[in-house]
Every structure is written in C-alpha cells, then in structure tokens.
Design a protein around this ligand. Sequence first.
Ligand code: SAM
Length: 279
Amino acid sequence: MSVETIRVSTGWLDLREGADAAARSRELVGELGRHLPASGVRVIHDLACGTGAMGRWLAPLLPGRQHWVLHDRDADLLDVAAARCPAPAADGAPVDVETRCSDITRLTAEDLAGAGLVTTSALLDLLTREELDGLLDICVAAGCPLLLALSVVGHVELAPADPLDARVAAAFDAHQRRMTGRGGLLGPDAVAAAVAELSAAGSQVLVRPSTWRLDGGEAGLAAAWFRGWVAAACEQEPELADEIGSYARGRLAAAEAGRLAVTVGHADLLALPRDGEAA
Ligand SMILES: C[S@@+](CC[C@H](N)C(=O)[O-])C[C@H]1O[C@@H](n2cnc3c(N)ncnc32)[C@H](O)[C@@H]1O
C-alpha cells in the first residue's frame, strides 16, 4: 500500500481526542481571539479534519456564530465529523458545519474565499515540503489567522527509561522523514519549515508546545501509540525487529498496565496576517 492511500481510523482518532484536547495551546487561542472578525458569522475552514476534533475543541472557546467548513479526503471520517457537530460558541451562539471531500494539497484560493480562520491539526508532518509550501501560500492569501496544531517535533520520552528507547526513536524519526512517491515527508521538520515559509510571507508567527503527557490514566492510548511507534521504526529498519523483540513486549505490557509514562512532543503554531490584512 502506498503512503498516499493509508487511512486513519475513527478508533485511533477517538482514542487520541482527549489527549489532544489537553495538549492544545489555549494561550494561542487567547491570542487568536483578538484577531478574528469583530462581527458576523465566522467562517472557519478546518483542513484534514478527520472526525472534526479541532472544531469540537475550539468552537466552544471562541465567541460568536461560527460556520465550520470541514475538509478531508476520507468520506467516512467526514460522515462522522458531520454527525458530531461542535457544541455552541463560548457565548452560546450557534455553530454549524459543512463537509467537503477533497485533497487539501489541491486547494485553491477560491476554496478559502471569505475565511475568517483556517485551522488544521496533526497534518503538517505528513506533508512534503512542496505540499506544505503550496498549502501555506493558499492559506496566507486568504488573509486570515492560521492555527496549525499538533505537529510532531521529534521528541519522545518514556519513563522508566530504557537504553533502546533512543534507537527506536531514531528509526521512527527516519520513518517520519521517509521518501514517498510524493517526495520526502517533513516529519519532525514540519514546524521549522512552516515557520520559515510563513515568516517569509510576512506573517507574525507564534509557536507553543502542545505536548502529550500520557500516564497510567491513558493506558489504552499509550499502548496503541507505542505499538504504532515500534511498527513504524521496524518498517524503516527491518533488522530492528529481532533486536528489540523482548524490549517491545516488555514495554507494551507496561504501557497496557499503566506503568509506562509517555511524553510525545508536538507544537501548535499561530500565524497572524500583517496589520490591516485580517479579514
Ligand atoms: C492524523 S489525522 C488528523 C485528523 C484531525 N485533524 C485530528 O486532529 O483529529 C490526519 C488527517 O489528514 C487527512 N489527510 C491527510 N492527507 C490529506 C490530504 N492530502 N487531503 C485531505 N485530507 C488529508 C486524513 O484523512 C486524516 O483525516
């Protein structure tokens, strides 16, 4: 299966939604609130929305009537997103959604016409540099704030620590940066690349950590994440599978029992248009 056709499951997105919500930067939302259109319906485009977790988290934190346009290439995830509309806005104003099934790397300026805010989460690290630059050009041209959340930054910490952790982490990072039919993926380099592109375009850029800190209370997510982490590392370096067999079994049992604390670094990025360009 090519990387282009790999699908994200609703089960995985459900499992991570709570940890994502806890990790997302509220400080950036405070800043964002000062740069939204003062009145009228705020039109918010969430790119690669999955089941719509960003809207469920953000809509109730923002005031005023909101219309969310949810974009994804996966029609099944969009059906779930449409069925799970966000709660009303912070001041009780109504929030509604529409869905658009499309490839967000092919968005045009017309697709984002009238946007008051563009958001995305857990997407940038899946893109190539060319795809990221093209997408950001379209977003910047929309002249509104951009909230780009939960990009991996390549920092993983497990407690208690094991000497093999660093070996697996290096193979995992290499997998994130692997070459595909679309080009090399950005993986942990996505945030730096986005900051460079947006700054060059004249945006004001703020970056804040949005780190997952999973303890015993998140054993299901920690175990699922660990399985995916090791599988990606072994796909990248097949010889690793023999080397880390007993390490992986022991770590997984500890994660399932809530005895493995997992820290996964992410970052949220808010880009604000130059003065006078806000929609
Ligand atoms: C890791 S999930 C994140 C989903 C959601 N943003 C969240 O934070 O829960 C990545 C999402 O990006 C979507 N996606 C990836 N590449 C895409 C593309 N080129 N066009 C549209 N959607 C894409 C996938 O279908 C998936 O829903």
